[in-house]
Ligand binder design. Structure first.
Ligand SMILES: Nc1ncnc2c1ncn2[C@@H]1O[C@H](COP(=O)(O)OP(=O)(O)O)[C@@H](O)[C@H]1O
Ligand SMILES: [Mg+2]
Length: 232
């Protein structure tokens, strides 16, 4: 099993009350599959993804990625593991505004050992495949929203991590750009990647091998695509 959450609980204490963002969540994903995760705003979707991505320690339970207990690692070991094994795509792209597309995509190279580095040519090939050949030397502000997200996908996949997590990656995109993003995520799965994407887009669910929804911190497997389409 490439991804495995067992009895994961995560609470956020606030001034008046404690919010239980994840409540005893159990979740497994096999290698080479794509899963979609849906649910109302505030139901715990981002908390689940950040926990899986090694960015948020659960209060209890275990998180295994590629059989590795993520939170059993030291902070620096976990950072090194994440750098090569887990790609992350955010709704707001999180590109560095003063770097070019090429420089943004090359950023992960700074986090890994020299021997494992892909070369610049591979970066350019990837950008060309994602339709960004003419954008390599542009700054993010010069790009459309769809091009920004494709740049972010290039950055997340440059090192070919086995696991790719995407948190509402098309929340800021028009329908056509969103379709391109789902095409790319599906291709990543078809090449052997494991993809987990938080999305409300019904079209994406058709590509998915599995659909989950989370309601008030509780995860449910949907045997069929959910009827209800949640808005943001
Ligand atoms: N850093 C935080 N501090 C306090 N509460 C948080 C924090 N992060 C998330 N929460 C709360 O946890 C719940 C789940 O949040 P989140 O996982 O972001 O939901 P979703 O992504 O499904 O909209 C919400 O009630 C949210 O307000
Ligand atoms: Mg969220």
């Amino acid at each position: 099993m490439i991804i495995e959450l067992s009895h994961v609980t995560r609470k956020f204490p606030t001034r008046n009350a404690t919010v239980t963002a994840l409540s005893d969540v159990n979740f497994k994903l096999e290698a080479g599959t794509m899963a979609c995760l849906s649910g109302p705003s505030g139901s715990g979707k981002s908390t689940l993804l950040f926990t899986l991505g090694g960015m948020l320690r659960p209060d209890s339970g275990t998180v295994r990625v590629l059989e590795q207990d993520l939170y059993g690692l030291s902070k620096s070991e976990r950072a090194a593991f994440r750098a090569t094994q887990i790609g992350f795509v955010f709704q707001e792209f999180h590109l560095i505004p003063y770097l070019t597309v090429r420089e943004n995509v090359l950023l992960p190279l700074g986090q890994i050992k020299h021997s494992a580095r892909p070369n610049f040519e591979e970066c350019e090939k990837l950008l060309t495949r994602l339709g960004l050949a003419h954008r390599m030397d542009h700054k993010p502000r010069q790009l459309s929203a769809g091009e920004r997200q494709r740049t972010a996908i290039a950055r997340a996949t440059l090192l070919k991590p086995p696991v790719l997590l995407a948190d509402e990656p098309t929340g800021n995109l028009d329908e056509n750009s969103a379709a391109e993003v789902y095409q790319l995520l599906t291709e990543y799965r078809d090449q052997g990647g494991t993809v987990l994407v938080v999305t409300h887009t019904r079209a994406a669910w058709n590509y998915a091998d599995q659909v989950f929804q989370i309601v008030a911190g509780q995860l449910q497997v949907c045997s069929e695509v959910p009827n209800q389409s949640y808005s943001h």
